[in-house]
Design a protein around this ligand. Structure first.
Ligand SMILES: CCCCCCCCCCCCC/C=C/C(=O)SCCNC(=O)CCNC(=O)[C@H](O)C(C)(C)COP(=O)(O)OP(=O)(O)OC[C@H]1O[C@@H](n2cnc3c(N)ncnc32)[C@H](O)[C@@H]1OP(=O)(O)O
Length: 294
């Protein structure tokens, strides 16, 4: 019998919830670690109540079904740790925060896996956007499409200076950012900027992202984590209850909107992605990525 998403999640939690403290770890730091969980590295500092989640899927941290599942399991586990109050999301590969969704999940897909992939992304987005934790994205490199979306689910974004770009560039691939990607962007930069950004598939430089409010701070690459930790202290000065209820009031309706249309959204996604013309666009984009290297 097929397991429901939450049943799979619970099964996953019990499988990878072991807290392992390596010999080198500071005593206040617990590492959530297992072989299955290594695509995301998670630790929780018991003294500060702040967890760090690092995307760890070289070379570009593209989000396939397994990474999305691991992130969902890890976040669920952190949220059930009563002393965990905040989370910093970053990447273990400086220079690349996240290349977005793994295009190979959408190119020549098997329908069952494609559905599961999209449902897992929806679940992760709902959990992140509505998380009881204070969340900060430490964007230490490129952050296109799904990478930008992930950072937008956080409460605050700090990006590294340099040649890196961020944005919802789906139209450049010949695909369309779904309504909940759009809603997240509108809630951050406003309707007019979202119209421009999403239709043109804009990838913003750090400076331009800061101008339009897509990120909150732009700092040198070596200062990204330190700035995130400092900013987190400010967020954690606010009583959790008041901060969480305020976030719920502001973001709850957006999360509810997807929850109410989740099945239809999966159907739209599958119908759209499996169209011949869309498959052709993805193929051309993949070829373009490969050509770029030559
Ligand atoms: C009625 C209306 C209905 C509407 C219904 C709507 C339905 C919904 C439609 C679908 C919505 C889908 C939403 C999609 C979201 C996404 O996230 S799509 C992914 C977008 N991502 C990108 O465009 C980024 C592409 N990558 C890059 O630009 C660069 O790789 C980089 C991140 C800037 C890093 O550059 P560099 O360090 O130079 O590395 P590369 O050499 O380019 O890449 C290394 C290898 O990795 C491969 N790769 C890169 N990105 C991806 C990816 N996202 N997925 C899979 N693979 C990727 C790249 O090809 C290289 O591979 P090799 O050549 O084999 O080494």
């Amino acid at each position: 019998m097929a397991l429901s998403f939450s049943a799979k999640l619970m099964r996953g939690v019990s499988r990878c919830a072991a807290l392992v403290t390596p010999k080198t770890a500071p005593t206040s730091c617990r590492y959530f670690s297992s072989a299955e969980n290594s695509r995301v590295l998670v630790n929780l500092n018991d003294k500060t109540g702040v967890a760090t989640m690092q995307l760890n899927r070289p070379p570009v941290n593209s989000l396939n079904l397994e990474v999305l599942t691991d992130m969902t399991i890890a976040l669920d586990k952190l949220q059930t740790e009563k002393d965990c109050r905040g989370m910093i999301l970053t990447s273990s590969s400086p220079g690349i925060f996240c290349a977005g969704l793994d295009i190979m999940e959408m190119y020549n897909p098997q329908e069952d896996r494609l559905r599961e992939f999209w449902r897992t992304l929806q679940e992760l987005w709902k959990m992140m956007y509505g998380s009881r934790l204070a969340t900060i994205a430490a964007i230490n490199g490129h952050s296109p499409a799904g990478g930008c979306l992930l950072s937008l689910t956080c409460d605050y974004r700090i990006m590294a200076q340099g040649k890196f770009t961020i944005g919802l560039n789906e139209t450049l691939l010949g695909i369309v950012a779904p309504f909940w990607f759009q809603d997240t962007m509108v809630n951050t930069v406003g309707h007019r900027e979202t119209e421009r950004a999403l239709q043109l598939g804009l990838l913003y430089s750090g400076e331009n992202a800061l101008k339009v409010g897509l990120i909150d701070e732009l700092v040198s690459p070596e200062k990204v984590m330190e700035t995130a930790e400092g900013q987190m202290q400010m967020w954690l000065k606010i009583p959790d209850f008041a901060r969480q209820l305020t976030k719920e009031q502001l973001r709850g309706p957006t999360v509810q909107k997807l929850a109410q249309h989740q099945e239809a959204d999966i159907d739209h996604f599958v119908n759209f992605i499996t169209k011949k013309a869309i498959q052709k666009s993805l193929e051309m984009y993949l070829n373009m990525l490969k050509q770029k290297k030559k």
